[in-house]
Design a binder for this molecule. Structure first.
Ligand code: ASP
Length: 422
């Protein structure tokens, strides 16, 4: 059975078991499965830093020149920003239609303090890792990207002398792809455990009052994935959108259950290369970059939540405030880390930008995990969509692979030699 089907079945069974345990008053059994999920998540996290570095170095040396790198960055950045802005607009529109905040009592909200927004200059200066070992130790993805690109370029510039380094890095990249394959084989178990835990812990009582917020975020995520991503794939890249959906299903479900797009990165990279035919040069650059700065699901969620909070407090927003929300939420999503709950912290920043009460964050906090699941899936799907678009426009998409879609089987996932070309 293909891996994505196994993961999907694990998701469904986990949901059913979790809800049953919750409804029969046995939530503690659901919670006891969490360590199994954490084991799987640790396995993926173990790979993130070496995988980004090694595959990006191997990808850059395959590209060979700086101008291609510059073009790739520009295309990816523009697509990331444009899709994010559209996502917030979808969020705002749905919240305006569904009015999730009308009639909500915010009496019990506690005080919350706003997150600090990092200054642009500080962010730019911090791009260059003064201490690369610290960057690796802290898992600072942007710094690792910068270091890897420069390292890769230096290998290319050193010419024949550095050939052994290139060969070594290419070989190491293969080793890490195998390594990722071993961990991915455990995805169904990890997903099952995590989903049972979440479904078992969150009862309907907790979710019911905010059902409209949840509905709006989930519907928005669905619209964004089906209309925006699949639409871009079909009309801009001129590829079959169904294949795209099939290809991203594994990382999307892992993101759904782990609520961390950074934590899902190894699986996202693997799927983009093996399922969607994106070249390693593109995937190893565009995906880690996207995981760090592209958060469409998070932006969409912020659009819904900001309007929800405004409605709950009976505050009408002006056109200028809507524009401010779109701008700050786009910027905030760039600064959001791909870790569980990060979007909630950034929500306080967006609220501050338009002078809305921060207490609203406390209301959302109770159900944030549920919203995080949907938005993280969309974050990951967006990264993959952009990777496909960029790869296609650069002639770096293996369309044969995209069309035939070598769906992973769990039996061969750990043994198969990655068919990906650099
Ligand atoms: N959990 C999200 C992610 O990892 C970030 C967020 O909280 O919105 O992509």
């Amino acid at each position: 059975m293909p891996l994505w089907k196994q993961i999907f079945i694990a998701l469904t069974l986990g949901l059913l078991l979790g809800i049953t345990l919750n409804q029969t008053g046995n939530s503690e059994y659901a919670a006891s499965l969490k360590p199994v999920g954490d084991l799987f998540l640790n396995g993926i996290k173990m790979l993130i830093v070496p995988l980004i570095f090694i595959s990006l170095v191997s990808g850059v040396t395959a590209l060979g020149d700086m101008s291609t790198m510059g073009r790739l960055s520009l295309k990816a950045m523009l697509l990331y920003l444009a899709t994010t802005a559209v996502a917030i607009m979808i969020g705002l529109a749905l919240a305006a239609i569904f009015q999730p905040g009308t009639g909500i009592d915010l009496g019990a909200a506690q005080a919350v303090t706003a997150a600090d927004s990092p200054s642009l200059v500080a962010t730019l200066v911090a791009l260059i890792p003064a201490n690369p070992v610290a960057a690796f130790a802290q898992g600072n993805v942007l710094q690792i990207i910068v270091f890897a690109i420069l390292f890769g370029l230096a290998i290319t510039l050193a010419g024949d002398t550095a050939k052994p380094v290139k060969v070594f890095m290419d070989a190491l990249a293969e080793v890490f792809y195998k390594f990722t394959g071993i961990i991915i084989a455990f995805a169904p178990y990890g997903v099952f455990a995590l989903i049972t835990w979440v479904a078992g812990t969150y009862g309907f009582e907790l979710l019911a009052p905010l059902a409209k917020v949840i509905g709006a975020v989930y519907l928005g995520c669905l619209i964004h994935a089906v209309v925006v991503y699949a639409g871009l794939i079909k009309f801009v890249a001129r590829l079959n959108p169904i294949r795209y959906i099939q290809g991203v299903i594994e990382p999307a479900i892992v993101a759904f259950s782990s609520t961390s797009s950074a934590g899902t990165l190894p699986i996202t990279m693997m799927s983009a290369e093996r399922n969607l035919g994106v070249s390693r040069s593109v995937s190893s650059f565009v995906l880690p970059l996207g995981t760090t700065i592209n958060m469409d699901g998070t932006a969409l969620y912020q659009g819904v939540c900001v309007l929800f909070i405004a409605q709950a407090y009976g505050i009408d927003l002006s056109l200028v405030q809507y524009a401010t929300i779109i701008l700050t939420a786009t910027l905030a999503s760039i600064g959001t880390a791909g870790v569980p709950g990060a979007g909630l912290i950034m929500l306080s920043l967006v609220l501050t930008s338009v002078g809305l009460p921060l207490e609203g964050v406390a209301i959302i906090a109770g159900i944030d995990r549920i919203l995080d699941m949907a938005r993280t899936s969309v974050n990951v799907m967006g990264d993959c969509a952009v990777a496909v678009l960029v790869a296609k426009s650069e002639g770096q998409l293996d369309e044969g692979l995209y069309d035939t879609h070598q769906v992973l089987k769990s039996a061969d996932v750990a043994t198969q030699v990655s068919p990906v070309k650099a």
